[in-house]
Design a protein around this ligand. Structure first.
Ligand code: GLA
Length: 744
């Protein structure tokens, strides 16, 4: 997978992609190519591309004796600002009031095939033979700095993972103001910048805009990746469609403040970069200390947005999420939040659990309100011991009851938070993230705990461990409901570290708590959550195989949320709960049929008062759960395709998922608003079906793959004012599931 030509050109390749960079005349690293595989090549093959005439696009030359050589002409691997290239760079350093203009020169390489999964920090991992990593050593002799640039390539994947380590080899402290993780330079600007953005209750809607000269960026300064923007971004060629054309993607295996940006220069070339957001960040590096960036991943596909989504999903399932979760079926969850909110006691919960169990659910998740004295969201965060008013016999007795029913048990925690009305706050007010100012912003009645302080992490872990052991817990819902303001740590102050390190140290503390839990309880399934989808990223997915993607459980809104999410993440990474109608976030009425059919795609759950259901509704839920159990592996780990548009404004949405040999498919078709006097016959084409096969449709009709590709599935027959007898669907919020199975 890695070849080195003339000790100068580095080629990482597999059957899908080639990634090429080289040592430039000035000994820095130039980028040459990332795209479809070129196969094995020779230096001779590349001579044509490397023989640059130095047309001198830039007016400033690299040095007086470098001829016409200017960095403005070149694509670079890890650019820095300050000499003959005026674009923003990936790395900024200063010492006292002096800015350093860096010059990292090639100093050798090493190769390794080891990429272990280590819980200390989220990063991609691979088993033997699945990945190779090339580490390039660079040195800046003037500034006594060593930089390692690491590039990994994976079997059967278009991904290139990049990370960097900077070492201070000098004898002075240096101040690192910026150190991004992923850079990709493209020779044109014929792309659309695609990002997944929104807000609470409307996370990860697909947004796109054309690149122009100048910079577009998205990011987060909230201490978490955030509801508003997601670290997954893409550059789709202007001519790329859903199934065709060149698309590049990037993501960051990180959960804190991030920046993703594309800068187009005056020659219409694009520099795409991602990493820790440099605003309010700097790191003090003492002699011999290192700083390691989070890992960035680049993806490539020439099969349009679906191709990119497949690449990102497969990579995430295989090389980021713990692979054991691909083998274990995800439990069908019953969560009591929208059923009870804070109004429950043990008896009520047991009744809900019994009812849920009778309907086929497999794991009871006890949500917020079981601890301290928490009857609303104003108190008790930080007091992770059971409220005996609600559980008179303790949490252990409740857990035993749940387990005796044959259900797994899950419990909600919000480990990073503290309520002012809590025992923890009385004991440790200094553990709160808070500036010494009088003024401190307040969110959802709570403060954030200082997770940059290892003692805090340890104290929270000790409390959680007791509960996990007492309840023999199978599942944790790990929530995080407010963002960080007035970022300031008493701990950093007392240890002499700069406050600008806070955000990064905070998120490392979060990862450390994950590490503590999963080291002691490796089989526990942790579901991530942050007021819904406020921290939906590869850092969290490294530890949590699934994330609650949004507090909005409305079936129509979920079409946009799930479509956006599926552009960058796998089906298995988000959980869907069927909730009541009218929906609690939108006050919208939708049928149970549609709610269940939207929730089928991904890990399934229910979150409504099951004791209030009519018999017909119970039967429908039982039937859906039975269907889901038969197809669970396909619906959580199958290959996903968008069949219509991914835009959130579209009236029709269609999702398809198939197994590896495409012999079985489940296709969901959804129409938000009914149309007046619609056409009698409309079709839904399946472009990626296997044309050599013939399929059963819903076990009743047989159709060839070619016909499904060229003509399509019949969309449900809509009501047109007169066809009362023949129509299949009427009114707004329609849905249909098709099951295709190869005729053998
Ligand atoms: C957040 C979560 C919800 C629920 C509540 C409980 O909003 O996203 O699912 O757990 O907290 O307070």
């Amino acid at each position: 997978m890695i070849e080195i030509l003339n000790e100068k050109i580095f080629h990482l390749y597999n059957e899908k992609i080639s990634y090429i960079f080289y040592i430039m005349e000035n000994q820095q690293l130039g980028h040459l190519y990332y795209g479809g595989s070129l196969g094995a090549i020779t230096a001779h093959d590349l001579a044509y591309f490397l023989e640059r005439e130095n047309k001198s696009a830039g007016t400033v030359k690299f040095s007086p004796d470098s001829g016409l050589f200017t960095l403005a002409d070149r694509s670079q691997e890890y650019p820095v600002y300050g000499t003959s290239d005026f674009k923003e760079g990936a790395l900024d350093i200063q010492v006292a009031d002096e800015l350093w203009y860096l010059d990292f020169q090639y100093a050798g390489y090493e190769q390794t095939a080891v990429k272990e999964r280590s819980l200390g920090r989220p990063a991609s991992y691979a088993y033997s033979g699945e990945a190779e990593t090339l580490i390039i050593h660079m040195t800046d002799a003037d500034h006594q700095l060593a930089l390692e640039l690491s590039f990994s390539i994976f079997a059967d994947s278009s991904a290139i993972a990049k990370s960097q380590v900077l070492r201070n080899k000098g004898d002075r402290d240096i101040q690192l103001n910026k150190m991004l993780s992923g850079v990709l330079e493209l020779p044109s600007a014929d792309y659309e910048f695609i990002h997944l953005s929104g807000a609470w209750l409307k996370e990860r809607h697909v947004k796109r805009r054309s690149l122009e000269q100048g910079t577009v960026s998205i990011g987060s300064l909230k201490g978490a990746s955030g509801h508003q923007h997601n670290p997954f971004t893409a550059l789709a060629h202007k001519q790329a469609t859903l199934n065709d054309g060149q698309v590049y993607g990037t993501n960051l295996i990180y959960s804190g403040n991030f920046l993703a940006q594309a800068e187009v220069d005056e020659w219409q070339r694009t520099r795409f970069m991602v990493g820790i957001h440099p605003t309010h960040f700097s790191w003090q590096l003492e002699p011999e200390e290192i700083f390691q960036t989070p890992e960035a991943v680049l993806f490539y596909s020439d099969r349009g947005l679906n191709g990119l989504a497949n690449e990102a999903a497969r990579f995430t399932e295989q090389y980021v999420i713990d692979r054991k979760w691909a083998e274990k079926p995800r439990p069908i969850v019953f969560n009591n939040w929208e059923a009870t909110y804070f109004e429950f006691d043990q008896e009520k919960l047991v009744t809900l659990a019994e009812e849920g169990q009778a309907l086929g659910m497999e794991c009871f998740v006890l949500d917020d309100g079981w601890f301290g004295q928490r009857d609303d969201d104003r108190s008790s965060l930080g007091d992770w011991f059971v409220d005996t008013r609600k559980f008179p016999n303790g949490i252990k007795a409740f857990a035993e009851q749940i387990h005796q029913m044959g259900l797994q048990l899950g419990i909600w925690f919000e480990p990073e938070m503290i309520s002012p009305d809590s025992h923890l706050y009385e004991k440790h007010p200094e553990w709160v993230v808070r500036h010494p100012y009088e003024r401190a912003a307040f969110g959802r009645g709570q403060y954030v705990l200082d997770f940059s302080n290892p003692e805090v992490v340890e104290a929270i872990y000790a409390q959680m461990k007791t509960i996990i052991e007492e309840t023999q817990l199978e599942y944790i819902k790990w929530d995080m409901n407010r963002n960080i303001t007035e970022a300031y740590s008493t701990y950093l102050k007392t240890t002499g570290r700069p406050q600008t390190e806070f955000f990064h140290r905070y998120i490392l503390g979060v990862y450390h708590l994950y590490e503590r839990i999963l080291t002691d309880f490796p089989d526990i399934l942790i579901e991530g959550c942050a007021g819904g989808g406020g921290r939906y990223d590869l850092g969290i997915l490294f530890y949590s195989p699934q994330i609650w993607p949004s507090d909005d459980s409305d079936a129509v809104e979920r079409l946009a949320i799930q479509s956006g999410t599926l552009l960058g993440y796998p089906l298995s990474s988000f959980s869907n709960h069927v909730s009541t109608s009218p929906n609690h976030q939108m006050d919208r009425y939708t049928s149970l049929k549609m709610r269940q059919e939207v929730c089928l795609f991904g890990p399934l759950g229910y979150e409504l008062d099951v004791t209030q259901l009519k018999d017909t509704e119970k039967q429908a839920i039982q039937a859906n759960i039975q269907f889901y159990k038969q197809h669970r592996s396909l619906l959580t780990h199958g290959t996903f395709f968008q069949l219509l548009s991914v835009e959130d404004t579209t009236n029709e949405v269609a999702w398809g998922v198939c197994n590896q040999d495409k012999s079985e498919w489940l296709i969901g078709f959804y129409r938000k608003l009914a149309q007046a006097n619609p056409a009698n016959i409309e079709y839904l084409k399946i472009p990626m079906i296997d044309q050599t096969k013939t399929y059963w449709i819903n076990q009743t009709e047989q159709v060839t793959g070619s016909m499904l590709k060229e003509i399509g599935l019949k969309k449900p027959y809509q009501f047109n004012g007169v066809n009362h007898e023949q129509m299949h669907v009427s009114g707004d919020f329609q849905s249909t599931i098709y099951h295709l199975k190869e005729v053998r």
